[in-house]
Design a protein around this ligand. Structure first.
Ligand SMILES: O=C(O)c1cccc(C(=O)CC[C@H]2O[C@@H](n3cnc4c(=O)[nH]cnc43)[C@H](O)[C@@H]2O)c1
Length: 241
């Protein structure tokens, strides 16, 4: 199976490729360097192309779309896209150093404020969607293999920095387990190419009052490597439904 993995920063990309054996080949694309044909398992296992596309949903969408299109036009399309990286976790569901897996990939801020201070989502406005659902078997398989907590993974454009903002997000999305800054962009590109997509992140910090000193990035990157090691043996075409 050919899999595109999209991270934000090179440290996350390298945590994914650390799950594999020999060093991969590099392919320059507009918007990033693709680490090409990473094989975390045996010769029959999945082949991963891993791209650090930049921070935020726009960079993620641009990078993912470029890689998907390049693969499609060369006759080797991807069968699965994984948005991966570190994340803020919503306590108590997602613990530091734990893994989260998306049932849905959600853009909670895509919409308009109403005059009474409420929020009208893009789908309520009739302009599109704010949520991509992951195929049930795919989400279940990834969660079982990695020990990940399942739920909505939110894509924000500003990392949450207050308890009030965290409460606002969980009020609107009670099933949220984590927030990152790229998943929805990756998902938009994957959906446009009709390729299944799932988000897999390791929790580096709690969503809430900003405390950068409390972020456990090293532990999260190690957890991300472990998750990809456990994931690759179960990535078979039949899980994509
Ligand atoms: O400083 C480092 O060494 C380092 C290594 C790897 C990654 C980083 C990042 O800062 C990545 C930013 C990336 O992480 C996601 N993220 C993590 N926590 C949150 C959060 O609480 N809210 C939103 N996003 C979060 C996000 O996807 C960023 O792109 C640094």
């Amino acid at each position: 199976m050919r899999v595109l993995v999209v991270t934000a920063v090179p440290a996350e990309r390298d945590a994914v490729t650390a799950a594999a054996g020999p060093p991969p080949r590099e392919v320059r694309l507009p918007g990033g360097t693709l680490l090409h044909r990473v094989r975390p398992g045996d010769a029959d296992g999945p082949v991963l192309d891993v791209l650090a596309a930049g921070v935020g949903p726009a960079a993620a969408a641009a990078g993912a779309a470029t890689a998907l299109t390049a693969a499609a036009v060369t006759g080797e399309p991807y069968e699965l896209v994984v948005a991966a990286g570190i994340a803020g976790g919503f306590a108590p569901r997602a613990a530091l150093g734990g893994v989260v897996v998306s049932d849905t990939i959600v853009a909670p801020d895509l919409g308009a404020q109403s005059s009474d201070g409420g929020f009208l989502s893009l789908d309520e406005l009739g302009f599109g969607v704010i949520e991509h659902r992951v195929p049930e078997r795919l989400a279940r398989t990834v969660a079982e293999a990695t020990g990940g907590v399942r739920g909505a993974v939110l894509t924000v454009t500003s990392a949450t920095g207050t308890a009030e903002r965290a409460a606002e997000l969980t009020a609107r999305h009670p099933d949220a387990v984590a927030e990152g800054m790229e998943g929805f962009g990756v998902a938009e590109a994957a959906v446009a190419h009709r390729v299944p997509v799932v988000e897999l992140r390791a929790v580096s910090n709690a969503v809430g009052p900003r405390d950068r000193g409390a972020w456990r990035i090293g532990a999260a990157l190690t957890a991300l490597t472990g998750a990809f090691r456990r994931l690759s043996p179960v990535l078979e075409p039949e899980v994509l439904t």
